[in-house]
Design a protein. Structure first.
Length: 346
């Protein structure tokens, strides 16, 4: 199979399971995917969509029924897990509780019989990379959840894998820690230059970590592309929801928004449009009229639930300094960059 050096290529990959009660279940259905060298790709989808099965099949942990997985053009069929040159990182980190941080990170190097001085030097490099310089003698039980995951990441990177596979790596952490660690991991992966595949159900994690997104649903990849490309043009309403859009408006409501955004350019002929929570903003001279049904202040803005003429129940925002009360009649502006047309008649 042809392919660029260092590119992981998946073609027509299909994985089936025999589920007893339901019979044969197709977990991964004819998936095509390319992971260019140095890229970080997130497979985003709901629980049970097949994303972890896809990752395990690429790793060699799951048998495929059809299709090809190749690296640098070489078919990996029959290549065992330990000879693929890939590393895996799971949501719980799976550190050895009886070993200190240095021993955990150095474990894969010792398995390969690297010299002690080489192991020590590499562990030092990795501790610096993941921001844990000075933690070598610490035990896992003394670390925070985020610190343990950074140790697990350092261990996965220890042998400079050809591909790093991360399975829901932040799901065991609370929301605040997930956000911080996702940003840190994104920086670490880019500095390491390691081609990576992350599977997650959280669109914020996907956008924080990756430079490419693959949206998965019911075993199929329904959309693949760069962050800006996929975000600007979700393939359908279900994909828009997975990507973090709050509401989808169809029919006359979509046409109304299209006219407001498109003006006389001919871009107004929309069948359906996805709205972010911040697509509508309180504006005394705005073109839309609505009634506030709920208002909740956050550290950055006021989140609104609105009944808007021509659109129905949708979300919106107001600045913290604006006075908003439930039942208040308001005018609203539209932020074009917070909308995505889902289907055009043109």
């Amino acid at each position: 199979m042809s392919g660029s050096a260092g590119t992981l290529t998946v073609r027509d990959l299909t994985v089936r399971f025999d589920d007893g009660r339901r019979g044969t279940v197709v977990a991964v259905d004819a998936v095509d995917l390319d992971l260019p060298p140095g890229s970080v790709t997130a497979v985003l989808g709901p629980s049970g969509c097949g994303k972890s099965t896809l990752l395990r099949a690429i790793a060699g942990l799951e048998r495929s029924d059809r299709g090809v997985i190749a690296y640098g053009g070489a078919d990996l069929a029959g290549t065992p897990v330990h000879r693929r040159g890939f590393a895996l990182m799971f949501q719980d980190g799976q550190l050895f509780p009886h070993a200190d941080v240095a021993a955990n990170i150095g474990y894969p190097l010792r398995l390969r019989r690297r010299r002690r001085a080489e192991v020590r030097a590499r562990v030092g490099e990795l501790l610096d990379l993941v921001g844990l310089d000075g933690y070598a003698a610490r035990m896992p039980a003394t670390l925070s959840g985020g610190e343990r995951q950074r140790v697990a990441l350092a261990r996965a990177l220890a042998v400079e894998p050809r591909l790093l596979l991360l399975d829901e790596p932040f799901s065991a952490l609370d929301r605040g820690m997930r956000e911080r660690l996702a940003a840190e991991v994104a920086d670490i992966l880019r500095r390491a230059g390691t081609t990576s595949l992350v599977v997650t159900h959280d669109h914020e994690e996907a956008f924080a970590v990756a430079d490419r997104i693959a949206v998965m649903r019911a075993g199929e990849l329904v959309q693949v592309g760069g962050l800006a490309e996929v975000w600007a043009a979700p393939v359908d309403a279900s994909a828009a929801e997975l990507l973090g859009y709050d509401t989808v408006v169809a029919g006359e409501g979509a046409a109304l928004l299209g006219r407001l955004v498109g003006g006389d350019t001919g871009e107004a002929d929309w069948d359906a449009v996805a709205l972010r929570r911040s697509a509508l903003v309180l504006d005394g001279s705005g073109p839309l009229a609505g009634v506030v049904r709920a208002a909740r202040a956050t550290p950055d803005l006021v989140r609104l639930e609105l009944d808007v003429d021509g659109l129905g129940r949708v979300s919106g925002v107001a600045d913290l300094g604006q006075v908003v009360a439930v039942g208040q009649h308001v005018r609203l502006g539209v932020r074009a960059d917070r909308l995505a047309a889902l289907e055009s008649k043109n």
